[in-house]
Design a protein around this ligand. Structure first.
Ligand SMILES: *Cc1c(COP(=O)(O)O)cnc(C)c1O
Length: 748
């Protein structure tokens, strides 16, 4: 089973950071001038474009997702805020050095400061931060105004201007009107390597790669990368030998080279390494400081001959120093920022586990059968946009929703692929189907006729009722079915039925299901024989797949199991699946208190202490979706890895638990209602069973007040207890890092 984080990108961040260190330390210079040029001035030039592409890759889809709301601009705002803060901190860190070396002396005019802060960076390596800010602003503006192609064209044009003032300046100079143009440019800034000309194209490229969702095989990527690198080296060498370069930070061939390199890295999926994001950014920020420190140190101990003059040793020393300083900063912040997160009640939604479940089903389903992800009811409480977005990324291109509003919401947020509305849509709303490219279920012949006159051409799936007696035209009324297929204005892209007892392995239920299956396939045969095309065929939901996996069809409409749980603890299934629960629910201990024997707790005084009892008030209640039926000891929460029973009646916004036996509980501690804490866990199935319902109902009722926090860093291949424990401690480690305010700004 595959894990799905962008491990390749995360690891390469570290390599890219080291390449940037090498740009500033010339590791090969004492070996050979030529080797140094090739390595430092050509190869290492992939580092900056790489970081920019990563930014574009994550930022642009977020930006466009929110086209209709504010979310997209929040993403941009978040990035700008983070990067400016980081830039501000970096400026301050290097200010003493600036003052000491007197770099500002001749720049202390308003324009001088503006130029330094906006284009050049106040210290030589810091140009990247303002350049990524300016570039992100430009690219965001372009993406919201123009087509993708035009964005690419415009940013390429800017890059061309950058190139002609950089590696190709020797040629530019010879054309007088170009030279005039660049003379003006170079009055405004020292290099074209800035946020106006250089960074937009790489940000856009990263964004376009994410938006297109295209994947290339490793072979294609390697071939393309090798060819582009060969051309890049040739280009760099020619420009160098003819002394055409004014500066050497950009090449034409960097574009294809980066395209293939980035796709190659995208192929490397695995556990995401969030920590490397902060780490590589820190190395980038601190390495010039380390160069200064290493020089100072070498002078002090009279070892300049070894440490400074030998470029390889110099590079290694600076790298080591940068790593040590960065690790130290990470460690300090990690300690300080433990437990910064103070949500009242929240759900942690592990998208990696979602990917694992998808992969699990891919191995179960016949090759020809695709997953139609059921994301109705806010994706069973998990957040429909985020879930469908993640599924889109993993290549799922069919979704099912219950209502037209749910379908429109997905479309407005950039979800691609087929979206089937499983429920009834009122005639007044039918005109929207086409506008949002949604597929409507035909619930019977009458409805088909309404659809047929309402719109010119409507994509539909025909539903056949084989015994569920909910929606669908009766399988017996074969002539009615024919009439549906005859409707001129209906584009029938699929035909389906729904099984009513596929979750049960009781003989009579299995018999009934087999009857439904037989009737469905017989009806399809009739439809085909009569000359109609039923389109894509589907009939299984989660249990349909788990108990009848062999059925020949085009889609499986999987809902509950995608989220890593089954409807009930009691269901046995023919196929064993290894599902990873996607959702956990957590809340806080907001108060602890002690009551004496015979005192009662909560509404209706349903709990009376039979001993001196310590209780904790937890910040979650039935308005958040915790069923009131879990009151009075039916349910429990986990605190510090131990069970604490719910006592008294659950209130609308709070509930009380008994913590007499968990001495270490303090205000602010986390209470886990669903999920794992240490070695203990509460499954959604278990909680649903205790409250007398199905997991489906429990999850889909999760309240709007519960914030959804998406995490993407868990690992799902190792199933041993050791691995699980390690995973959990790592997750909580990362989570605390993630939650830290300062840390989020160090991350790219
Ligand atoms: C909800 C629903 C599903 C998904 O069912 P799960 O049991 O959650 O997998 C599939 N088909 C139809 C028609 C549904 O209404």
């Amino acid at each position: 089973m595959k894990e799905k984080g962008y491990a390749g990108l995360d690891y390469f961040r570290l390599i890219a950071a080291l390449l940037i260190v090498s740009i500033h330390t010339f590791p090969l210079i004492s070996v050979s001038q030529e080797a140094d040029f090739i390595f430092t001035h050509i190869i290492a030039r992939v580092a900056v474009p790489f970081f920019l592409m990563v930014t574009g890759f994550f930022l642009i889809p977020e930006l466009l997702k929110g086209k209709d709301g504010h979310k997209g601009f929040n993403a941009l705002g978040g990035f700008l805020k983070k990067t400016s803060l980081l830039y501000g901190v970096a400026i301050l860190i290097y200010l003493p050095v600036n003052i000491y070396t007197g770099t500002f002396k001749d720049k202390l005019s308003v324009t001088g400061i503006f130029k330094a802060v906006v284009f050049e960076g106040t210290f030589y390596h810091l140009w990247y931060l303002p350049a990524s800010i300016l570039g992100a602003l430009i690219v965001s503006l372009l993406f919201t105004k123009f087509s993708h192609k035009l964005v690419l064209g415009l940013t390429l044009f800017l890059y061309l201007i950058a190139l002609l003032g950089d590696s190709y300046y020797g040629l530019t100079e010879q054309v007088s009107y170009l030279k005039g143009f660049y003379d003006i440019l170079f009055m405004l800034f020292d290099y074209t390597r800035n946020g106006l000309f250089m960074t937009p194209v790489f940000l856009a490229l990263g964004g376009l790669i994410a938006l297109s969702g295209k994947k290339y095989t490793i072979k294609t990527c390697l071939t393309g990368f090798a060819a582009a690198t060969a051309l890049l080296l040739t280009e760099g060498s020619i420009l160098h030998t003819h002394q055409l370069q004014r500066h050497d930070s950009m090449y034409l061939m960097l574009l294809p080279c980066m395209f293939f390199l980035f796709h190659l890295l995208l192929n490397w999926r695995g556990k995401a390494r969030n920590i490397l994001r902060s780490f590589s950014m820190l190395i980038y920020i601190v390495h010039p400081m380390c160069i200064i420190l290493v020089r100072g140190f070498a002078k002090a101990v009279h070892l300049t001959g070894l440490i400074i003059d030998n470029s390889i040793v110099h590079f290694i020393t600076v790298t080591a120093a940068s790593i040590v300083v960065s690790a130290f900063v990470l460690l300090v912040f990690y300690k300080k920022d433990k437990d910064v997160k103070k949500d009242r009640a929240w759900a942690e939604i592990d998208l990696n586990n979602l990917d694992c479940n998808i992969n699990e089903f891919k191995t179960i389903l016949p090759k020809s059968c695709n997953i139609m992800a059921v994301v109705k009811a806010n994706a069973y409480g998990h957040g429909d946009i985020e879930i469908a977005g993640e599924l889109n990324k993993t290549g799922i291109n069919a979704f099912a929703v219950a209502t037209i509003e749910e379908g429109i919401r997905l479309r407005k947020n950039g979800i691609s692929g087929e979206i089937l509305i499983l429920g009834y849509t009122f005639p007044e709303q039918l005109y929207k189907l086409k506008q949002y490219d949604l597929t409507q279920t035909v619930v019977d012949l009458d409805y088909a006729e309404i659809l047929n006159v309402a719109n010119r051409r409507t994509k539909v799936h025909v539903k056949i009722d084989t015994g569920m007696h909910r929606l669908g035209e009766n399988y017996n009324d074969i002539f009615n079915l024919y009439k549906i297929y005859e409707c001129k204005n209906l584009i029938v892209t699929g035909t389906y039925t729904h099984l009513s007892v596929s979750d049960s392995l009781e003989q009579q239920d299995v018999d009934f299901t087999n009857l439904q299956i037989d009737m469905f396939y017989k009806t399809l045969e009739n439809i085909r024989e009569a000359g109609y095309n039923p389109g894509k065929i589907h009939l299984q939901s989660s249990y349909g797949v788990l108990n009848y996996p062999y059925l020949k069809c085009d889609f499986a409409r999987i809902g509950i199991a995608l989220y890593g749980v089954l409807s009930s603890e009691n269901h046995k299934t023919r196929i064993c699946v290894d599902l990873q629960p996607v959702l956990s629910i957590k809340a806080r201990v907001v108060l602890t208190k002690e009551i004496t024997k015979n005192e009662s707790v909560g509404y209706g005084r349903q709990f009376t202490a039979d001993r001196k009892t310590r209780i904790a008030v937890i910040s979650i209640g039935y308005a958040d979706g915790i069923p009131r039926t879990l009151s009075c000891g039916k349910g429990h929460v986990l605190i510090h890895g131990k069970k604490a029973a719910i006592i008294g009646k659950i209130c609308m916004d709070q509930l009380m638990v008994d913590i007499t036996d968990i001495a270490e509980v303090r205000q602010g501690d986390i209470a886990t209602l669903i999920g794992r804490d240490g070695t203990e866990s509460v499954s959604a199935e278990e909680a649903a069973a205790h409250s007398g319902t199905l997991t489906n109902e429990f999850l889909s009722r999760l309240g709007l007040r519960v914030t959804r926090n998406y995490i993407n860093n868990a690992c799902c291949t190792n199933k041993s207890r050791f691995a699980i424990n390690l995973k959990n401690s790592l997750t909580s480690f990362k989570f605390s890092i993630k939650s830290s305010q300062l840390f989020s700004i160090i991350r790219e």
